[in-house]
Design a binder for this molecule. Structure first.
Ligand SMILES: [Zn+2]
Length: 249
């Protein structure tokens, strides 16, 4: 069945998911987001889900390495771990991230989900661990405007809003994170990302453009937060400072 559906990953269009995933993964590898085959990216085009395989060097990935599945067929599947693929590459294994990407597609109707092992994301989770916290919060930063207001809400967060990203604990196997990721989505219905302690972050968006810009904005904010902590600066601006600024308007 697998070889009969090779046409699903063959296109001359650079914006076709089968071409976008390898080109995005190569870009993410250069950012240090998907080093050593960790991390990845998946795109949903209507009912079709395109996925990178497990263990492939992300900067060298080809369209022919991709898995393709039908989202509707998965929800009809009785066994959660039994995945039905429309197209399977020869000699490769499906990514352990698959059920986490599917959670973003089914629970948030995302069009794209990106998973990075960015050191900035990992460091933020370590800083929060030292404070016994399981949510990252930052306010009064211009880059917050790069993040959407929430699921089915139009527009983006504003400069005065506080961005909150939940943190879940890491598990021995990536796929075991799924139920905790889903719980975090339920608890923070407006979040577009979930941090994983000592591991990285999952970021999604309505489409590839939104997922990518949100992932970039978050990585910028995570790096900034780590540098701020080094300088002893708080992530949430104190009310006194807000009042002082209002006084001089
Ligand atoms: Zn991972």
């Amino acid at each position: 069945m697998a070889s009969s559906n090779d046409h699903l990953v063959q296109s001359d269009d650079p914006n076709h998911p089968a071409n976008l995933i390898p080109s995005l993964c190569a870009k993410f590898w250069h950012l240090g987001w998907v080093t050593g085959t960790g991390g990845g990216c998946s795109i949903r085009d209507d009912d079709l889900v395109y996925l990178a395989p497990s263990g492939v060097q992300k900067e060298l990935m080809k369209s022919s390495d991709l898995y393709v599945m039908s989202l509707a067929a998965q929800s009809a599947s009785l066994f959660k771990r039994q995945r039905i693929y429309l197209r399977e590459p020869k000699g490769l294994k499906p990514s352990q991230c698959t059920p986490l990407f599917l959670a973003a597609f089914t629970k948030r109707r995302a069009g794209c989900c990106i998973h990075t092992h960015s050191q900035w994301a990992v460091l933020v989770t370590l800083l929060l661990e030292s404070q016994n916290k399981n949510v990252f919060e930052i306010s009064h930063m211009e880059q917050i405007k790069g993040i959407g207001k929430g699921f089915e809400k139009s527009g983006n967060l504003g400069y005065h809003d506080t961005l909150r990203i939940p943190v879940i604990e890491n598990t021995a196997h990536e796929e075991d994170l799924t139920e905790f990721l889903e719980e975090a989505m339920d608890e923070y219905p407006d979040t577009y990302a979930v941090l994983v302690r000592r591991h990285g972050v999952y970021v999604w968006g309505e489409n590839v453009h939104k997922a990518k810009t949100q992932c970039e904005s978050l990585d910028y904010l995570f790096q900034l937060a780590v540098e701020m902590k080094k300088l002893g600066l708080p992530w949430i601006r104190s009310p006194e400072l807000v009042n002082l600024q209002a006084q001089y308007k």
